[in-house]
Design a protein around this ligand. Sequence first.
Ligand code: IVH
Length: 686
Amino acid sequence: MGKSMSGIPGYIKERVEQLHKSIEKHNYLYYTLDSPEISDYEYDKLMRELIEIEQKYPELATPDSPTQRVGAAPLKEFTPMVHRVALLSMDNAMDRDEVAAFHQRVLRWLERNEITYCCEPKFDGLAVEMIYERGLFLRGGTRGDGVTGEDVTGNLKTIKSIPLRLRGSGSIPEMLEVRGEVVMFKKAFHELNRERIELGESVFANPRNAAAGSLRQLDPKITASRSLVFFAYGISDSTLLALDSQYAILSRLGELGFRINPERKLCHGVEEVWNFAREMQEKRDVLPYEIDGIVIKVDSLVDQDLLGIKARSPRWAVALKFPPIQVTTVLKMIGLQVGRTGTITPVALLEPVRVSGVTVSRATLHNRDEILRKDIREGDTVIIQRAGDVIPEVVGPVISKRPAGSKPFEMPDVCPVCGSDLKEYNERDEFKKNRKTVSIFRCVNIACPAIVKEQIFHFASKEALNIDGLGRKIIHQLVERNLVKDVSELYALTRDDLLSLDGFAELSTANLLASIEASKSTTLERFIYALGILHVGTVAAKQLALEFGSLDTLMAASKEELQKIRGVGQEIAQSVHDFFSNKQNKTTISKLLSYGVFLSAPSREKQRKTMFTGKTICFTGALSSMTRSEAKVLSEAMGAHVVDSVSKKLDFLVVGADPGSKYEKARSMGIKILTEDDFQAMMKGA
Ligand code: IVH
């Protein structure tokens, strides 16, 4: 159905251009400058208008359209990206003396007695390079070994602080290679980890690992779901922009639409550099992103050229690294936490101590093997490290202060909460890079009160069945008083049950009962997520819901069928299969359904308006890219009503191969006909 570009009315092209400009301007204000000028609602309105036009004229959905940021199809593997100009590494300086020595070398080499440095915080993220041709973002990749990285273009496009088209006035270079760092803000990092803990998944050790893990995803949709930010700090070769200093390059990159670090500063001599370093070290905890030092660059590009490169690092820059912050305190006890999936996690309960402005009284010990490897014992004086914003870590014991008679840690045989036997599993240790396997212990009693409480908490959470007002304290009482033994029993709670709880009165009781009742009508994807299946988060739950369309089909799926689905690996397939094979889980599910939890009802949340909202749609003929039931689920998720016959009320007929009489009938009635490709394109836009 391809129309040629020339068939498109001029006013449409103009409007699209306006929309691109306006949406990218608001992206820029929001994601780069952090100062939005319009409400989310108004923003959505612009975006929707553009989507609608592009659905009508797919050839207008050019690669630089803001609609293209959502994430392309997953890749099988990354292609290598060879950098035209290698990304160098940087020498480190550990203290003031080493900075002074660097300064002296620079002065000697240039035969000068003063010099200006451009000082910037050193981001602790992931270095990437982005290539622009005639102002358009073309390709981008990771640093890799400096010579060859990985092409992660599709993933970079999902990062809204990256301009798809360079902004601003003045001449845009024919080609520009911009370098910078992809980081995850601390807040997003903590949220992501909280979510992963909920899912029984391993946490990222620090924001850098989280950023790297998120950018190096074969499925751009996963990258899109992780809030990443790009900061530009340089270009591949200074001839690309006719400027004479690093400071000017940064300013120009800012004008071109990149986010640059406002903390940059020109410093004259070592004293000023040192003051900047101190200032940054003090600010370190309040900055929204992680830094691990400062970068000191000779500001003049002419001088940079004169200084040149030795081996793989330039003579004109040095990184001053901040020391990790360590303190000692007493480990009072090794506590054991039981997670939603029964995993037992040892935690260090510490004599509270202040580390870089934060009071620490707990630190994760990861797993038994880690404790034994470090030989951490109760009663030990231990070294605690907080490198910036990472989770406080127990570095190890101070052996000289070990009390007499202390014993190595032993994992108990039974669950600390319910007393049933623990089961030992050998799993990959995702915390440690070496990928060795470690022993993980799980309580496998699904009636364990600790597990039940965590499951209810998850079940009621916002992304699951969203039972407003059901917090940890209430759940604790419900389980302790035996009022609820599994999630389904929430729906059997009576007014009297709730009134018997501490702090409950008529109004709070009525409110909670109302939210429990309201939660009954939900979507399949929320329901799947709410079940709390090991490794099944919101993304996998959505995928499973779309692919299987109904709970029955999903429950009956074989491991092989599960594995065939995009985004569902062996691990997820196994745990989904195990979950639905378990008799007790099946009982809980049928209890839920018998209490009236109703899955096929339209989702309760305000559905985003799409161009399918409220429309009636019908399918005919064989679809090649999806099954009928997938098409139905997809359409319904977009707010459409799917029917089996053609009538005047029909808005769209989607026609597959060898369509039947419906096609003729719809045509004669003047109903809008869509090919499968049209339908797909519209779905993508919506
Ligand atoms: S400039 C040769 N500026 O540090 C110097 N690098 O470069 C070119 N890094 O992994 C790099 N913040 O990603 C520069 N403001 C900054 C930086 C920075 C972090 C990282 C960079 C690379 C490492 C060595």
